[in-house]
Design a protein. Structure first.
Length: 641
């Protein structure tokens, strides 16, 4: 429905040095928040059933991967270059520029001028290249190996290449080893091959760890499974782990709405889940079991740009774009002809990316390992820290956490705006109704997730409804559920007179609830909630990519009824709070995740002590929030300033 940055700049009111500018006047503070509205599809009940089936199918797919790819390579000796364009000198000219003159010289009889790498490899270098998910080996890489073996002399002009070919299929590796170009590399000790499952967590050949210049991922990741599955995450982690600082991942794979995807959409039994399909499935074979169909086909996922960007978060993006190609089909069958009997067109959509590991990645890796331990400690001490927080703070300033639901989410709260404005100003206001609107006879279920002391405008609404609803009701009823990990927050909330007014009308309930626990929600809230509020709650859970965050999002979505909405507002990247926390020693746990309340002078305190002192805060990017709620309907996506 909506996803945007919202910013706010105001003058600081304090008198301390940090509240004044260089001229002694009030310093400005710039707040950056992300606001989103996400609606669960109306047909979500059927979708949930389909999703549960999909999980089982994906598990079966994962378990049978080796056998299916062995069958594939036993059947196919080659893959057409028109299907999988793989000329490295054309599609990645920068990385392969040191060898372009040599390869063009062999082809055309004279060297060509090419753009060198920055910094270029020299003739004395040994460039380590990994072809990950290699299949029968990249054609241009095998040609390069053979050419280097045949034409390198004492006056070498090109760097040497050490090529490592890795694939899950033993049959593919067997055929590769019989290729004469590969065998020419054996003679010069410049090639090696391995049967390797990149999906296994933190498992890479030890001699390849942080030692590779170039990792090729050419139409390999799409075969692993859906973007959000654990196998995909493990594969990306392993690929990055192979890179030396400054090394690059060269990625090319299927993009959303490629012609293959459009064709697979029409094949019965081919789709496992959103954008993930099985190839080689007979559309007429509806009597075959799901398991049998899985074993017949090899999988293919069709990526979005945002997904690929998030997959390789932490690497420098040198290139990330869609690349398209339209050509005439050459076959004579009905599917190769258009309505007029001429050759039909085929439109290919691929995503191409180049991602570089930071030069200081060695230090970054050490920091990352420390971060994992810190995040685990943070997660384990969450309840105690938030109990301490609410024991200390009775309220949170509205200027810090804007939470007037009637202002920031006017569409969802329009049924009550006239009532609330009437109480405030003495007359009702015209407001834009919901589509479809709630009626006066509705009971609207609202969950304030990570509620703290309760959203002020929601509590005011509950009290107002209790005081002013009559026999001629004009506003829907509200059933509000307040959930928080802190028992202390819930205790204080229950003493609030507005909450107590809701008890009298049986319109409120509260729970001490840990949203991070996998697939654990109060049973009566499952698929029964109209509105889930996530107001500055998700940022406190941990970094965007952690399991706790994933579990929290899953639980929130699971609460929604079909057509229900999540209303999200939280901290955005480069908010003034983040800029201030960057200058506090010991506050940063990992990229964009910080601890509040940490004494910048307390450098002698242990990491664990600092963790227990502070409450956490993550600063989101728009792309991250979009991916978090993938599968929900977004009708608006824009920046607003």
């Amino acid at each position: 429905l909506q996803l945007e940055f919202t910013t706010r700049t105001y003058k600081k009111t304090g008198k301390s040095a940090k509240d004044l500018n260089k001229n002694g006047g009030a310093a400005e503070r710039r707040r950056v928040w992300i606001q989103g509205r996400f609606r669960k599809p109306i047909d979500a009940a059927e979708e949930n059933k389909s999703h549960e089936m999909s999980i089982g199918c994906i598990d079966d797919y994962s378990a049978t991967t080796c056998r299916r790819w062995d069958n594939y390579y036993s059947t196919l000796a080659t893959v057409k270059s028109s299907e999988l364009p793989s000329n490295l000198f054309q599609i990645f000219p920068n990385e392969f520029s040191p060898w372009q003159s040599l390869m063009k010289q062999q082809k055309k009889g004279k060297p060509q001028n090419v753009q060198p790498l920055e910094p270029p490899y020299t003739a004395s270098d040994n460039v380590a290249i990994v072809d990950l998910g290699c299949g029968l080996g990249n054609t241009s890489l095998l040609n390069l190996i053979q050419t280097l073996q045949q034409h390198q002399t004492g006056d070498e002009v090109s760097p040497k290449v050490n090529a490592h070919f890795l694939d899950i299929s033993g049959e593919a590796i067997r055929q590769l080893c019989n290729d004469e170009r590969y065998q020419s590399g054996i003679a010069s000790d410049s090639v090696a091959s391995y049967v390797y499952d990149v999906r296994q967590p933190l498992k890479i050949p030890i001699h390849l760890e942080q030692s590779v210049d170039i990792v090729l991922l050419l139409f390999a990741m799409s075969a692993i499974g859906p973007y959000e599955c654990d196998d995909m995450s493990n594969a990306v982690t392993n690929a990055i782990k192979m890179l030396k600082p400054g090394g690059v991942i060269l990625f090319r794979d299927y993009g959303r709405y490629d012609d293959d995807q459009l064709q697979l959409n029409s094949v019965s039994g081919a789709q496992i889940c959103n954008n993930f399909y099985l190839r080689g499935v007979d559309g007429d074979g509806e009597e075959a079991t799901v398991r049998n169909r899985l074993e017949l086909g090899t999988g293919c996922y069709f990526f979005e740009l945002d997904e690929v960007k998030v997959m390789f978060a932490g690497l420098e993006v040198l290139q990330l774009e869609f690349t398209t190609r339209t050509y005439k089909k050459t076959g004579k069958s009905a599917k190769d002809l258009n309505k007029n009997g001429g050759a039909a067109e085929r439109r290919r959509v691929w995503i191409q990316g180049r991602f570089r590991k930071p030069i200081d990645a060695a230090e970054e890796n050490k920091s990352h390992e420390m971060s994992i331990g810190c995040i685990d400690d943070y997660s384990a001490t969450t309840c105690r820290r938030w109990d301490n927080y609410y024991s200390t703070l009775a309220t949170v300033k509205s200027s810090e956490l804007p939470s007037n639901l009637f202002q920031i989410f006017p569409n969802e709260f329009s049924p009550w705006q006239s009532l609330m404005k009437q109480q405030k100003k003495g007359k009702p206001q015209n407001v834009q109704p919901l589509e479809p609107p709630y009626t006066a006879s509705d009971n609207v279920a609202i969950v304030d997730l990570g509620c703290g002391l309760g959203n002020t405008s929601l509590l005011n609404l509950i009290q107002t409804l209790q005081q002013h609803q009559t026999g001629d009701e004009v506003s829907p009823k509200v059933n509000a559920h307040f959930l928080d990990i802190s028992g202390e927050a819930i205790r204080q909330l229950c003493n609030d007179e507005r909450y107590q007014s809701g008890i009298a009308s049986d319109s409120v309930a509260s729970y001490v609830y840990d949203v991070r626990q996998p697939l654990k929600i109060p049973i009566h809230l499952e698929q029964s909630v109209d509105i889930v509020l996530l107001l500055f709650a998700m940022s406190a859970i941990g970094p965007y990519e952690c399991d706790d965050m994933s579990n929290a999002v899953t639980n929130a979505i699971k609460m929604l009824k079909p057509g229900g909405v999540i209303l999200f507002r939280d901290y955005g990247r480069y908010d003034d709070d983040q800029l201030q926390l960057n200058s506090v020693s010991g506050a940063q746990i990992c990229n964009n995740f910080y601890l509040r309340g940490v004494d910048g002078d307390g450098e002698e305190a242990t990491v664990r002590n600092r963790l227990e002192l502070g409450t956490g805060c993550y600063f989101f990017e728009l792309d991250e929030v979009k991916v978090m709620f993938a599968g929900l309907e977004v009708l608006q996506l824009e920046f607003t300033t």
